[in-house]
Design a protein around this ligand. Structure first.
Ligand code: ASN
Ligand code: ZN
Ligand code: CA
Length: 336
């Protein structure tokens, strides 16, 4: 009893893009019957639940925060791209691999500077930001990040503290940025920064590139180590993630500096080693196989090294260049 139709989203960060919505009596609702009925609800600045977005002309938002449906358009678009990324790249049918769409809740609280996944509601929640440090937290890499927390919860179950917590966070940054590459949106071009679209250019203390995290050189955030240190598990999970983010960048792209979104990504290695990079297509397959087949709730950095090498051997052969590259790349970020 759903009727899929194509509408238009006038997003804040990704330009005007098509959206699949549901035709109902008197108009449309922001629910996608072709992607597990995933939908977006309006938090109305409260912290309790809200109502699904409805519209009379199937054009959602107006590309500015003045229209309350704009953040909803971004969230629904980001969730569609994330759904398609997992389906196309890994054959995964939604977060739980059961065809069921999660839901988005936007305009949560007042000036709320965060976004989060909840297993309890099987939903993503997005704040509007205070407009000084961050704007609405609904850009592609953020939606991909939050939905990937759902995938982690349904697969490896990495505990959200210590080294496993850093790997949990890194998984969300890694696959969130791969969503950005998958979408390849001309208004939010792909890169290895996390949250660059939501950080205003003039944010105090921002180190030039203006993002929350920098995968090729995590220390650009002023907090994350670039290389493994034995007490890394005592850091906040959003900083202990840096070493795995750095590993993934080097595995995919290598050490020759590359420019993404107009920013030169020049990545250090602990031993000065050069790495060629095996490309995103292979790197994401290796990472996802490790996550879904070998990682457990207590996987730490040493175990992640073993797991990703095994995943590469499974996919490309025991003596493959890819398996050797995984080992050499962990070594280059001091995970031995
Ligand atoms: N936005 C944060 C994250 O997904 C929320 C949190 O700290 N869990 O990592
Ligand atoms: Zn996270
Ligand atoms: Ca990004």
């Amino acid at each position: 009893e759903t009727t899929a139709v194509t509408g238009q989203a006038k997003t804040l960060y990704s330009g005007t893009v098509p959206l699949v919505t549901n035709s109902v009596i008197g108009g449309y609702e922001l629910r996608d019957p072709t992607r597990g009925r995933m939908r977006t609800i309006d938090g109305s600045n409260s912290r309790t639940s809200g109502q699904i977005y409805k519209d009379s002309d199937n054009v959602w938002g107006n590309s500015t925060t003045l229209d309350l449906a704009t953040a909803a358009a971004d969230a629904e678009y980001g969730a569609s791209m994330t759904w398609d990324f997992y389906k196309t790249t890994f054959g995964r049918n939604g977060i739980g691999d059961d065809g069921k769409g999660a839901y988005n809740r936007v305009h949560y609280g007042t000036k709320y500077n965060n976004a989060f996944w909840s297993d309890a509601c099987f939903c993503m929640t997005y704040g509007d930001g205070d407009g000084v440090n961050v704007g609405p937290l609904v850009a592609l890499d953020i939606t991909g990040h939050e939905m990937s927390h759902g995938v982690t919860a349904r697969t490896a179950g990495l505990i959200y503290s210590g080294e496993s917590g850093g790997l949990n966070e890194a998984n969300s940054d890694i696959l969130g940025s791969m969503v950005e590459f998958y979408a390849n949106n001309s208004h939010d071009t792909p890169d290895y920064m996390i949250g660059e679209s939501i950080v205003p250019a003039n944010v105090p203390g921002s180190p030039g590139q203006h993002a929350l995290r920098y995968m090729w050189k995590p220390s650009l955030d002023g907090r994350s180590p670039d290389f493994y240190v034995s007490n890394i598990g005592s850091l906040d999970v959003h900083y202990s993630s840096g070493v795995a983010n750095h590993f993934y960048y080097l595995l995919a792209e290598g050490t020759t500096p590359k420019t993404f979104s107009g920013v030169v990504h020049s990545s250090p290695t602990i031993n000065g080693a050069s790495l060629p990079g095996i490309g995103r297509t292979k790197a994401q397959k290796i990472w996802y196989r490790a996550l879904t087949v070998y990682f457990t709730s207590s996987t730490d950095y040493a175990a992640a090294r073993v797991a990703t090498i095994q995943a590469a051997k499974d996919l490309y052969g025991a003596t493959s260049a890819e398996a050797n590259a995984v080992a050499a790349t962990w070594t280059a970020v001091n995970v031995l």
